[in-house]
Design a protein around this ligand. Structure first.
Ligand SMILES: [Zn+2]
Length: 277
């Protein structure tokens, strides 16, 4: 069932169209362009249009339906998430670090990469949480609902074939949610996920920059976004060595500051508990 808010964009679109039309009609009728009612109508249309576009492009989209991007809690707990894998050898290296540190994370896997590395996908799923990041990693922001549905279902099939699990979390590639993305994902039973801090690590930032950005931005209940792969590329085109080098220091510093680690489903449970009245 769709979340009631997935229909809110229609109301926003109505305000955009209504405000612009009213301002246009008043101007055409010879009313002063700078009169208060004309300016108010044009302003309402512009503000609603700005909100619509912003919500379309933000990983914390709210208007088109719920996107989980942090837990409302004071508890010092964060979730580490990794996108675009599985990708040899970086995913194995991360799994080793996580196991050594006693930390579990959430991996948003691309179906195409799972088909290429099914054993690695299964290894991830044996200790961590696996989630859906589409099959081909396309920009879905302007896609038709049928395309969104196909990407999610093919990704789901690949993950299920390799790991035996059926994810119920989805993160849109590139972080751009549109109304049709959230409503289609919800119809398929997914919960949409964003993030509270990321490090532009796909741009091969030096590892100390990645560490600083994540540590600077993480708050209690936060969700960090890093990458163990790169799109549907394989090694050596995909290079995540800087990310892998940054993760041990990120974990050590967070631990030293009293933080614990949760998977996304655990963080969502914490959010549900702490926001209960
Ligand atoms: Zn991605």
């Amino acid at each position: 069932m769709r979340h009631p808010r997935t229909h809110a964009w229609q109301a926003a679109a109505g305000i955009v169209a209504g405000g612009a039309a009213l301002a246009g009609v008043r101007t055409a009728a010879g009313r002063p362009v700078l009169s208060a009612p004309t300016l108010a109508a044009a302003g309402a249309g512009t503000v609603a249009g700005g909100i619509m576009v912003y919500e379309w492009l933000t990983p914390r989209s709210w208007l088109y339906g719920p996107v989980f991007w942090h837990a409302r809690t004071q508890e010092r707990v964060v979730a580490l998430t990794f996108d675009d894998g599985p990708c040899h050898p970086y995913t194995e290296q991360l799994l080793e670090i996580l196991a050594r540190e006693g930390v579990r994370a959430t991996f948003f896997q691309i179906g195409n990469n799972v088909r290429r590395e099914p054993n690695l996908a299964a290894e991830v799923a044996s200790r961590n949480v696996v989630a859906n990041h589409t099959y081909d990693h396309p920009h879905l922001v302007w896609s038709r609902p049928g395309t969104v549905r196909e990407q999610l279902q093919r990704g789901q099939e690949a993950i299920h074939d390799a790991t035996g699990t059926l994810p119920h979390l989805f993160r849109v590639p590139h972080g751009w949610y549109g109304p049709q993305v959230i409503s289609t994902a919800e119809e398929l039973g997914f919960r949409c996920v964003g993030w509270s801090v990321m490090a532009w690590d796909w741009d091969r930032q030096p590892s100390d920059v990645i560490e600083r950005r994540i540590l600077h931005g993480l708050r209690p209940g936060g969700v960090s976004l890093l990458h163990d792969g790169q799109d549907t590329d394989a090694f050596p085109k995909a290079d995540r060595s800087h990310t892998v080098a940054a993760v041990p220091h990120i974990i050590h510093t967070l631990k030293a500051n009293g933080f614990g680690f949760a998977t996304l489903p655990e963080l969502m449970d914490l959010d549900a508990q702490d926001s209960r009245p």
